[in-house]
Write a protein that binds this ligand. Structure first.
Ligand code: CAA
Length: 390
């Protein structure tokens, strides 16, 4: 990708499609053959992540000055979609790292922070994470309880973060904590926390339904010191940093859902072509054809919305409505398509010899993380109604 970019005659569209085709080939050769093993063994794809780093996929939105690919959200969407077709768990690692770690450091970090926390994180050596949720504040993100108490040289963090993707492997995590409890969301700040750090303990890896190649853990912070240099953005700006990161992550999750749905449609169609019933391939039956038609139509709509939200963000970073709509639509499409894939395969869809059941399990997270569908509906309604100016 880096050498491709060096030729100025190529447009951004050329570079995006080059990244897409590199990621597609990578997914087919390096992820599809091992996705089932990664899922069964909850195994982090370390060497694959390193290779994705060398292909430019771990710093898609990061400027080239810090070793990134210097591309846009449309490129992130295309890359995540292709990687997701190969392995839903790996695409979770890649999307969260890009959208909720690297891009946030890139946009809100000081020069020193970018120099310290980007180059080794975008070349595939290290992974980053994002710690916003807590056991009692998921949807109500502003209700978080972790505190950051100011000291003479920085802050002391105390609290427990939950559902932190990439926590087990991460070398740094963006942690959100309350610096001023009187100000509710305006009293939340963001900190870059090194792993390991004094008083920081990573909890057990959650035994998840899907995306099992990615780790998800609690992080306990007990009197964890953080220097003032590691405050990301301004004090009190944390909630807005988190929300703007989630806009990007939701677009990536929509792309992840599209990739999973594409893998399920591929699986169902190939099976229906090969498998015979009543003396005919399943594909000859109208009931199966109609299922495939509905699956492909949902997938196409999701693909268009995912890309359109990505392009909206590339024109205007305030793309909250588009991001939520794309995530809502694509995640429901992925659940629909993977459900129907299992129906077409019948018993073979229900056992782990075929990838259909994994696609179904992987799809479910896209309706949950990055904000459950009910929250996306709330966000969308608020923006739609606001446009009427009531
Ligand atoms: N970008 C920038 N600023 C934003 C914003 C955005 N997308 N959305 C809201 N804001 C700003 C608002 O403008 C407002 O600013 P002012 O202070 O100037 O008024 C401020 O933030 C507060 O906004 P709201 O009043 O809308 O905030 P709220 O408390 O009502 O919450 C919410 C809104 C949409 C429900 C929000 O809490 C939310 O998105 N919840 C879901 C959280 C979520 O997605 N969690 C997933 C966490 S990550 C995860 O899943 C694990 C992982 O590793 C992926």
């Amino acid at each position: 990708l880096h050498s491709f970019r060096a030729y100025s005659k190529f447009t951004e569209d050329d570079v995006r499609s080059a990244l897409g085709s590199v990621c597609r080939k990578f997914a087919e050769s390096e992820l599809m053959p091992i996705a089932s093993k990664l899922d069964k063994e909850c195994q982090f794809p370390a060497s694959q992540i390193q290779k994705l780093g060398s292909l430019g996929a771990m710093g898609i939105l990061v400027p080239s000055d810090y070793g990134g690919a210097g591309l846009d959200t449309a490129a992130l969407s295309i890359a995540v979609q292709e990687i997701s077709r190969g392995c839903g768990g790996t695409s979770a690692i890649v999307n969260i790292h890009n959208a909720l770690y690297a891009d946030l450091i890139s946009r809100f970090g000081s020069n020193d922070q970018k120099e310290k926390y980007l180059p080794n994180f975008v070349n595939g050596t290290h992974i980053g994470g994002f710690a916003l949720s807590e056991s009692a504040s998921g949807s109500d993100a502003a209700g978080l309880q972790t505190t950051a108490t100011a000291t003479s040289c920085g802050f002391i963090l105390n609290g427990t973060k939950a559902w932190v993707t990439n926590a087990k492997e991460a070398k740094a995590i963006i942690v959100f904590a309350v610096t001023n409890p009187q100000k509710r969301h305006r009293g939340i700040s963001a900190f870059i926390v090194d792993i390991p750090s004094e008083g920081l303990v990573i909890g057990k890896n959650e035994d998840k339904l899907g995306i099992r190649a990615s780790s998800t853990c609690d992080i306990v912070l007990q009197d964890t010191p953080v220097t003032r240099d590691n405050l990301l953005g301004e004090e009190g700006q944390g909630f807005k940093i988190a929300m703007s990161g989630l806009d990007c992550a939701r677009i990536g999750i929509a792309a992840q859902a599209v990739g999973i749905a594409q893998a399920a449609l591929d699986c169902a169609t190939k099976y229906a072509y090969q498998r015979k019933a009543f003396g005919n391939p399943l594909l000859n039956f109208q009931a199966v054809q109609h299922r495939i038609a509905r699956m492909a139509t949902q997938l196409e709509a999701a693909k268009l919305m995912a890309l359109s939200a990505a392009k909206a963000r590339d024109c205007n970073p305030f793309c909250t409505k588009e991001a939520s709509m794309a995530k809502l639509m694509a995640s429901e499409a992925a659940t629909f398509v993977t459900h129907n894939c299992i129906q077409i395969l019948g018993g073979m869809g229900y056992v782990s010899d075929m990838p259909a059941e994994r696609h179904y399990r992987d799809a479910r997270i896209t309706e949950i993380y990055g904000g459950v569908s009910d929250i996306q509906l709330t966000v969308i309604a608020e923006h739609v109604v606001r446009n009427y100016g009531f």
